[in-house]
Ligand binder design. Structure first.
Ligand SMILES: [Zn+2]
Length: 131
């Protein structure tokens, strides 16, 4: 943990909801790249979490977050929370209530379609729909 490591809670804000593939450094606005993604041994979650290290391409900013993919459909949501009915990799049914930073109208569309999609969850916040 260096001087320039920002607390994990910042990370979901970096993943904006507009489905862009690049993330910007909060310090210098340059592109962030993924330094490494490592599977974390976990015995008490139904999902496989990954530790993700993000680094800035031009300054010393770096940050670590935990993420996992959650497959399911939207049961309910409001401006800040979302309830997703999903399935764990082992096939059991899981209802997850999480914070989200996603676009409200996109969530509306997804809920209406009742489609099963994959959500990216970073530090317990739903940050984007992967597919
Ligand atoms: Zn930077």
């Amino acid at each position: 943990m260096g001087l320039h490591t920002i607390h994990n809670k910042i990370i979901p804000d970096l993943w904006d909801s507009s489905q862009k593939t690049t993330m910007k450094c909060p310090h210098c606005d340059q592109e962030l790249h993924v330094e490494s993604i490592d599977e974390i041994d976990s015995f008490n979650t139904p999902f496989i979490p990954y530790e993700t290290i993000l680094k800035c391409s031009s300054c010393t900013f770096e940050s670590t977050s935990q993420s996992y993919a959650l497959r399911g459909s939207i049961q309910d949501f409001d401006l800040h929370n979302i309830t997703i009915t999903g399935w764990s990799p082992s096939g059991s049914r899981v209802v997850s209530k999480l914070d989200h930073v996603m676009d409200f109208s996109l969530l509306k569309t997804l809920q209406k379609s009742e489609e099963i999609v994959e959500f990216l969850v970073v530090d317990n916040q739903v940050v984007r729909c992967i597919k």
